[in-house]
Design a protein around this ligand. Structure first.
Ligand code: ANZ
Length: 845
């Protein structure tokens, strides 16, 4: 048997693809297009691990399959290289973010190339390229022009020890997750994007998308649309009024008290002299809690009475107004009308503060908990007898008629905090003029490049690093010629990833973000593959920017990503001792019954977990590629299980995949050139043709549903049918080569060439199956009664015993016997025999 030299074959074909620009995509109006996109990576210092590759391999299979089906395929890759992680990594290794970003992207690039992924590398860019961020900045100016970007004082997470602002995800229980340093809320001037203006469209347009339902639900919940009413209350003895948002106007007769959020400015205004100190103290204490802590559904609610009373417009009854941190400052009006009988949070509060619980809907047991369900209205005057749902409308009409309320819609979605006090991001194309005006730079002044700064770390006083670039900051207002100052915040990492898919359509364009022609031809992305962790932020931000671009006529589709597919995670075995310390696999051994640390003998637990550097269980694809080859790795990753499921990486698994790849190789390649098992003179026998055509049909169907593990299983079945020595015709061998080529592209190209072809197989038509070989033969099933053969029926393989019995009953001699005797038991050996045992008592009849 010839040896399978994977490195030689893989390097040869990777070079061929590069030299021939095999996967270069150009607009071709005569061909249908297919745009398949990976979520481009942030090139981290650690490089790729095999888990990252899962999605890339899957999308590559689709790209190759679509090319072979006549599609003009756009399959690009690039780098999301701005952002905090690059800065942190640079700090760690003592470099500059600019340099580490380049080194890391180069490393990613070569790692991806080594996997044989069919990207159009001519389209690659990094979000940090001035030619790219010129247009990111331009889009920002468009947002600004449309009033969708604005400045505001906003409380940010500020870590005094590190002198930096942190993202919400980086803060837990008032501490920075990485170092445990204290984080406080500090108001700072920030840029916000008005994503809330697009809330309804972001919600409605989800309906037309072919996305996993779970992701759509996460987006819907994040947008959080609630329909209800605004109700305005007069405050006893005061000119002030208090407005609340409620989803349950039907329960207004059950009003027991009102609550303001501690942040609500009304709180101090309406407090009586006697209560003011207590209210002020509560407000200060609440400011230290995070929103998450406040949302926790704790029974033990806290609060303080303001001394003031609100007047229920229905019956002029006075109810006390409290402040409590279970009411959030930034939702609705930061104020609620409390109905303890029908809202559990209000119920808990009412129990603690001894406030009345007035039922207005029948149902439940109010001595135990609130009744949040539906029912007939009671204690509610003109609503009595109605159901809760229809009383909403009646109440809203009453409120509107009496000028103290109206129907409203509220969204949980907040505007997007868009500025960072960091160095490594896109500078804002904004200047602050002497007269206080804030202006966006015109296109001809873009890109506004990031100034070179050796000292890029944040300033301890909270000013952004760019504040130190004193020369860069000073500029001239192009309109008036007067001095002006540049904006010193930078954009968040999300900016660059909010429109990169559009730029891939026309990455070199210097005149426009993307030409109309390229956009019309390539957009939208037909298939977007990436991790489910991007369910909300990236996927929502990108949809928002896309809709703005749609409104200004830059794109012609309402949505950027037609179909979304989430790959699962690759898990791996990790070793951890009872104190939580992880060990590398080479640091431990199995002593017969336990895993122990080699040096110390300390017992360790093994567990299957997410693959990550901090768990010491990362498998490096470079090593896998070197030892087994990229083709084997691709096969293994696709064979492990459905692409969207989590699966553990195992050494046995990769070995199994390697054996399969070697088997394929030995079927195709002999000592000198093509294997002797393949010949133009061979006529395939009936079984081979049937198995082959069945495989082609099944594999094709599996590719359509991204079911690559089952596609591989069909190919393996066919290989089993061939055994170790059966000869096949060159025609069948060619079909098989094309069919396996998305999985093992390097080897397939090599075989294709050995078969005498001079061109790449990447654009060969995908194999077709011949229906005539798919008609299944009927099989013969003998029927026995009391162990004696009485007849034979013919049925398709896999037929159910009922069907067989039905056929058997039609045979005259069987019919006769069964007329007089009843069947006691049937024993069916699938596809072999049906045995009928007759009832004893009926025998004697
Ligand atoms: C009276 C009421 C009676 C309510 C009842 C509920 C049940 P969603 O669906 O989340 O929009 N609410 C309003 N503003 C709030 C704030 N700033 N912080 C905390 N809670 C707030 O919920 C809207 C409901 O949450 C509103 O309807 C209000 O309580 C409360 F039987 O009003 B409800």
């Amino acid at each position: 048997m010839t040896t399978y030299n994977h490195s030689q074959i893989e390097q040869k074909w990777q070079k061929y693809w590069q030299d021939h620009e095999t996967f270069r995509a150009e607009i071709d109006p005569n061909k249908p297009k297919y745009y398949v996109l990976d979520m481009f990576p942030y090139p981290s210092g650690a490089g790729l691990h095999v888990g990252h590759a899962e999605g890339y391999v899957a999308s590559d299979l689709v790209a190759r399959y679509k090319r072979m089906n006549g599609f003009n395929v756009l399959h690009p890759m690039g780098w999301d290289a701005f952002g905090l992680p690059a800065e942190r990594y640079a700090e760690k290794v003592g470099g500059h973010p600019k340099d580490v970003s380049v080194t890391n992207s180069n490393r990613y690039c070569s790692q991806l190339k080594a996997l044989g992924l069919s990207y159009d590398w001519a389209r690659t860019f990094s979000t940090t390229d001035p030619d790219y961020y010129k247009w990111t900045q331009w889009i920002f100016t468009k947002l600004y022009e449309r009033g969708l970007a604005y400045e505001v004082e906003f409380p940010v997470n500020w870590c005094p020890k590190l002198g930096t602002v942190l993202a919400n995800e980086e803060v837990k229980d008032g501490k920075y997750v990485e170092t445990g340093d204290e984080v406080v809320k500090k108001p700072m001037r920030q840029w916000m994007l008005k994503i809330t203006e697009y809330a309804e469209r972001l919600l409605q347009d989800l309906d037309e998308l072919d996305w996993p339902e779970g992701i759509k639900k996460l987006q819907r919940d994040w947008i959080g649309k609630s329909t209800g009413a605004d109700i305005t209350f007069n405050i006893d003895g005061s000119q002030e009024k208090m407005t609340v948002f409620t989803t349950r106007p039907d329960t207004l007769f059950g009003l027991s008290y009102c609550v303001l959020a501690p942040e609500n400015p009304l709180a101090l205004k309406i407090s009586t002299k006697k209560q003011r100190d207590a209210v002020a103290a509560y407000i200060i204490a609440a400011a230290k809690k995070s929103a998450q802590d406040r949302l926790k559904n704790e029974k033990n609610k806290t609060g303080v009475f303001t001394g003031a009373y609100a007047i229920n417009p229905l019956n002029n009854k006075k109810v006390p107004i409290y402040i409590s941190d279970y009411v959030l400052g930034d939702y609705g009006y930061g104020a609620v009308m409390a109905v303890p009988a029908h809202d559990q949070r209000d119920y808990d509060f009412a129990k603690k503060f001894n406030l009345p619980i007035i039922p207005v809907i029948e149902g439940g047991d109010l001595s135990k908990e609130a009744w949040e369900g539906n029912g007939k209205m009671i204690n509610s005057d003109f609503l009595n007898g109605l159901d809760a749902e229809s009383s909403k409308e009646v109440m809203i009409k009453w409120l509107t008629d009496h000028n103290c309320g109206k129907k409203t819609i509220n969204y949980k979605l907040r505007d997007w905090l868009f500025s960072r006090q960091r160095y490594w991001g896109e500078p804002f194309p904004i200047i602050h003029c002497e007269d206080g005006k804030v202006k966006a730079l015109p296109l001809q002044d873009l890109p506004l490049t990031l100034p070179e700064m050796q000292e890029y770390k944040p300033t301890p006083d909270g000013r952004p690093p760019l504040a130190r670039a004193t020369e860069w900051i000073k500029t001239i207002d192009p309109e008036t010629g007067k001095p002006a100052i540049r904006e010193q915040n930078t954009m968040p990492q999300w900016a660059g990833s909010s429109w990169y898919f559009l730029r891939f359509c026309d990455p070199k364009n210097n005149q426009e973000a993307c030409s109309k022609e390229a956009e019309k031809y390539w957009m939208p992305v037909d298939l977007y593959i990436g991790g489910a962790e991007h369910a909300v932020l990236h996927l929502l931000y990108a949809r928002f920017w896309h809709k703005v671009l749609y409104d200004i006529g830059v794109v012609s589709t309402k949505e950027p990503f037609k179909k979304l597919f989430n790959q699962g995670m690759i898990l791996a075995n990790s070793f951890r001792d009872d104190r939580g310390k992880y060990y590398y696999p080479n640091e431990v051994e199995n002593n017969g019954h336990d895993w122990v640390v080699k040096e110390t003998g300390v017992r360790v637990n093994t567990q299957i977990e997410k693959m990550s550097k901090s768990r010491y269980n990362v498998v490096n694809p470079d090593e896998v590629v070197e030892k087994y080859g990229a083709d084997t790795m691709r096969v293994y990753e696709m064979f492990m299980g459905p692409v969207d499921k989590n699966k553990p990486w195992t050494e046995e698994g990769i070995n199994g995949a390697h054996r399969f790849v070697k088997r394929l190789h030995s079927l195709f390649i002999g000592d000198d050139g093509l294997s002797k098992r393949i010949s133009k003179d061979v006529q395939d026998d009936e079984n081979t043709l049937k198995a082959y055509n069945y495989m082609v049909k099944a594999v094709t169907e599996d590719f359509e549903t991204l079911s690559f593990n089952t596609a591989l299983a069909r190919i393996m079945e066919f290989m089993n049918e061939l055994g170790n020595d059966k000869k096949i015709s060159q025609k069948t061998a060619e079909g098989l080569t094309l069919l396996v080529s998305p999985f093992v592209p390097h080897m397939a190209e090599e075989v294709w060439q050995q078969m005498g072809h001079t061109n790449t197989l990447a654009y060969e038509p995908w194999p077709k199956y011949d229906q005539q070989y798919l008609v299944q033969d009927l099989i013969k099933i003998p029927i026995q009664i009391q162990g004696k053969k009485v007849g034979i029926v013919q049925v398709p393989p896999g037929a159910k015993p009922e069907t067989i019995l039905e056929c058997a009953m039609k045979l005259p001699n069987i019919q006769k016997q069964l007329d007089s005797q009843e069947i006691g038991k049937q024993i069916y050996v699938p596809n072999k025999i049906l045995n009928l045992v007759l009832k004893k008592n009926s025998e004697s009849r």
